[in-house]
Design a protein around this ligand. Structure first.
Ligand SMILES: [Fe+2]
Length: 249
């Protein structure tokens, strides 16, 4: 990055935000040249690039989190490369019946599970019982918001704790997807407590993610699966996800 543009790390040529070449080191007269410019958004400590199969302009905005960034802990992050399609990754959020089978999670006392589809977002509010904190399980309320096909934010707000797990998914090729799991929480007055909650959450998130991987990498996608009432709204989810495909794709 170089001001509003970028500089090539090879010979230092500098391009502005429109892709125009504006400077060549040690040269007075800059040759007329340009590179392809991409639409980017710097948000939540990440840089997002808009990519569209047929070059249509952006149809939604990246949702921002952690307004007062300084009171939140720096992102902790882990990167994985998994043989899974992005559609299957986010389908996992509403796949209620896999929580007990894959993640060994007991059903929560308060059976709250609500899904809303809103434009490019899907919002899931639910109760989860986390058994890593104590054996009996500790119940938390989570709000999971997707933004487009590749961004997921899981918010837990339970006074005095505010946590955010932020997941970005980027297809690398026909088969592989790079998944970044980021975590941040509002710093508590007790530094040690903050640190240990971060560590615990890191462990749980990565453990749960790893449990899903062998399933994702080996399952077969069925266009018309048999859905029962204990499953989540898979059909509605897939209908909603269709908006992210271009015609004929
Ligand atoms: Fe899962």
């Amino acid at each position: 990055m170089c001001g509003d543009g970028i500089a090539c790390p090879f010979h230092g040529w500098r391009f502005d935000g429109e892709g125009q070449l504006v400077e060549v080191p040690r040269l007075d007269l800059t040759p007329r040249a340009s590179a392809r410019a991409w639409r980017v958004r710097e948000r939540n400590g990440r840089i997002f690039v808009w990519h569209h199969a047929v070059d249509a302009p952006p149809s939604y905005e990246v949702i921002g989190y952690r307004d007062d960034e300084t009171s939140w802990t720096p992102w902790r992050f882990n990167t994985y490369r998994v043989r899974v399609h992005v559609q299957d990754l986010t389908e996992n959020i509403i796949d209620r019946s896999h929580f007990s089978a894959v993640h060994d999670m007991a059903p929560p006392e308060r059976d709250h599970f609500e899904v809303r589809f809103d434009g490019a977002s899907m919002v899931v509010e639910q109760s989860l019982r986390v058994t890593a904190v104590d054996v009996a399980g500790y119940e938390i309320q989570t709000t999971t918001t997707t933004c487009g096909p590749g961004i997921v934010a899981v918010e837990v707000s339970q006074d005095p704790i505010e946590m955010l797990t932020y997941i970005t998914q980027t297809p690398i090729d026909e088969e592989l997807t790079e998944v970044n799991l980021l975590f941040s929480m509002k710093a508590l007055p007790d530094e040690k407590a903050t640190e240990s909650i971060c560590e615990l959450n890191d462990r749980i998130t990565n453990e749960q993610f790893t449990q899903d991987v062998p399933i994702w990498e080996n399952k077969i996608y069925r266009e018309r699966p048999i859905i029962t009432k204990v499953d989540g709204p898979v059909v509605q989810y897939r209908r909603w996800f269709r908006q992210f495909y271009s015609d004929g794709e």
